[in-house]
Structure formats: C-alpha cells, structure tokens
Design a protein around this ligand. Structure first.
Ligand code: PMP
Length: 361
C-alpha cells in the first residue's frame, strides 16, 4: 500500500491514525457486538459517541456556553439556505460580502427568502482580495451579515473577523475551521461542512449564539428548524452516525496533536513554503491573490503555460502527489493543505515543483 500526499479540496485527506482506528473498529465498536454504524442512534453507544464529539469539538474550537452546536446533514450549501429561513424574517434584508465562488453560492441559497443585499464583492477584480471594510455598504436592518471566512476555490481568506456593528456576523468556515484560534463570540453563526478539516463528507456543524434561536425566522418544516434540531440533540431524524463518529475521531486527533494553536503554526509554515515557491519561480508559477488575503488552506496557482498543466498533473501523480487539479471555475492547479496534510507533504510538493520547473523552464 502506498498512500499519496492528497491535496484534494474536499472530500480531503483524513489523518492516517483516524483511518486506522476506524478500520480497527469497523467490524465491532468496543465491545458492542456490532459496528457503531449498525447500532441505533438512540442507543447508549452512539449517544456516547455523539456527546463526546460535541464536547471535544467545543474544546477544540473554543465554543462558549451561550452557543449551541448542531450536527447537520445536507452539507454547507443546505445551511446557506437554512440560515435565512431560521434567522431572517420574510423579505428582511441580509447583507452578503462576496469574496469568491462560495460567497456567490451562499447568496443564491438565501435569495428566495431575503431581500438580498450585496454589501461588497471582489468579483469585478476577479476575487483577488477581500474588499476594504470601509467600502462595504451595510444595512442597519439586516438580519445578518454573511461572509465566507475562506474561499476554497479562489484562495481568499479573511485574516480576522470584520467589525459589522450590531448586526450579527454569519460566517462559512467550511474550509478553515479549527485551523487557528477562533473568537466565536465575534460571530452569530459559524457553520462548516466537515469534509475539509473536521472529518468525512456527509455531516456539518452549525455553531449558533443561543439568543438568535429566539428569532421567529420564516415558516418552515420541522426538519429545517434549528430550534427543533437543538431540542432533539440534532436527531430530529436519523443522523449520519458514521460521519459523526468519524468527525469525533478527527477532532480527538486534532486535540492530541496540540489543538488549534498548533495547527495555526503548521498552517502558517505550510502555506509560507508553498507561496514562497510560487513567488520565487520567476513567473513559472503564479498566484494572483493579494498577499494579505492569501488563504492558508487552499493555494490556487497557475503554470505560465497551460499546455504544461496535464504533464504537471501526470508527473505529480507519479511522484505520489494527488488532488492538485484546480477547480473547473478557475482552472490551473490548487493545493489544499488542511490540518491532515503534514508539512512533509508540502515539502514534497515544493520539491516536485522545483524539479518540474527545472525540467520545463
Ligand atoms: N462553502 C465552502 C467554503 C466550501 O468550500 C464548500 C464546498 N467545497 C461549500 C460551502 C459547499 O459545501 P457542501 O458541498 O458541503 O454543501
């Protein structure tokens, strides 16, 4: 067996110890007589797994007591619709700051339910920067201000929570949660799909300031109601129990590795290595994002000649480096370097990039 260094954007690499533990517990979880995914979600075994995952996630991310944590199916995209239904009155303004593809996706999900306001957008400049805060046009009566903390495709990241005054800040942290210390108190809602930093695809988390759950929102089915989900411990229906279990293992691994402070150091080191290689390549490789807004998690880059893309990917595969093909929206390459990617993997990539440049420069 030879596992490659996997730079896929999501589903993404999982820590090998997590996969090994899951493998070990696949046929029988502890002494339960069955796999965890074969047992009732209401039984004591899974209830313990679920509660432990929440406690560990709260510790890892630093979730204050006045915030609820929901474990949800449907991915981040579904939450982008549900936040509007749960927290905005019908037709109420909602402000969106768009810094890439996922911000655009977010506003499309909310569009049927709110008076959509684009407070700022980097689109005209090709999403190469976070629009200056001074230029945002915020609405005083907005239900919330929505940002994408890290744009997975365009590689644009907020380096701090923007000040938006009294209106609660909602943030999509799908591709950067748990990669550095996060002051949850600055946000009304933080949500994330799990499939980058938290575990496997099929589950997500919504961290919400409890007082916001008192908002009436809009008419919606029970299953779309965060309040009811919370009252049912995120088990209004059968939850994705295997994914929840895997998320729990991944979170435990991150705690054991030193938590978000440690991953902040590793992420800084990994992303610096990669950007240094790109910037020092005399134009052979290129990343156009403004230095202060460059993502530490997703590094899109282009070869100076697109005809080299296919040979680059083929040679990378040969060298044990996979998942580097850029998203179809942008083309080019993208290296996603989430918490499960060791610094050795990034070093292997930069070594490969140097070698490829020597051969084709
Ligand atoms: N937001 C961001 C920042 C993402 O990266 C993604 C997926 N790559 C999504 C939302 C959509 O997530 P999902 O596919 O889980 O709905």
């Amino acid at each position: 067996m030879s596992r490659a260094y996997n730079f896929s954007a999501g589903p993404a690499a999982l820590p090998e110890p997590v996969l090994r533990q899951a493998q070990q517990e696949m046929l029988e979880w502890r002494a339960a007589g069955a796999s965890i995914v074969e047992l009732s979600h209401r039984g004591p075994e899974f209830m313990a797994v679920a509660a432990e995952a929440e406690a560990d996630l709260r510790r890892l991310v630093g979730v204050p007591d006045d915030y609820a944590v929901l474990f949800v199916g449907g991915g981040a995209t579904t939450q982008q619709a549900l936040i509007a239904l749960n927290f905005a009155a019908a037709g109420q303004p909602a402000d969106y700051v768009v810094t890439g593809h996922w911000g655009r996706t977010a506003l499309r999900q909310a569009a049927p339910y709110v008076d959509l306001r684009i407070a700022a957008s980097g689109e005209a400049e090709g999403f190469r920067d976070v629009p200056a805060r001074a230029d945002w046009r915020l609405s005083e009566d907005a239900a919330y201000v929505h940002i994408t903390a890290n744009e997975t495709i365009h590689g644009v990241e907020f380096r701090e929570a923007p000040d938006v005054g009294e209106v609660p800040l909602f943030a999509d942290f799908s591709s950067s949660i748990a990669s550095e210390p996060l002051d949850i108190a600055r946000y009304g809602v933080v949500y994330a799909g799990a499939q980058k930093n938290l575990g496997p695809v099929g589950i997500g988390v919504v961290i919400v300031r409890r007082e916001l759950l008192e908002r009436a929102g809009q008419p919606r089915a029970d299953i779309f109601d965060y309040r009811l989900q919370l009252a049912a411990d995120s088990m209004l229906n059968t939850p994705p129990s295997w994914n929840w279990y895997m998320l729990g293992l991944t979170v435990k691994w991150m705690l054991a590795e030193g938590g978000v402070e440690e991953f902040a150091l590793r992420s800084a080191a990994k992303s610096e290595l990669l950007y240094r290689e790109i910037d020092g390549s005399s134009g052979f490789y290129r990343n156009d994002v403004a230095a202060a807004a460059r993502s530490r998690m997703n590094v899109p880059f282009f070869l100076h000649d697109a005809a080299l893309d296919a040979p680059f990917l083929a040679a990378a595969r040969e060298a044990g480096l996979i998942g580097l093909k850029g998203h179809r929206v942008l083309g080019g390459m993208r290296a996603s370097i989430y918490n499960a990617m060791p610094v050795e993997g990034v070093r292997a990539l930069t070594d490969f990039m140097q070698e490829f440049r020597r051969r084709h420069g």
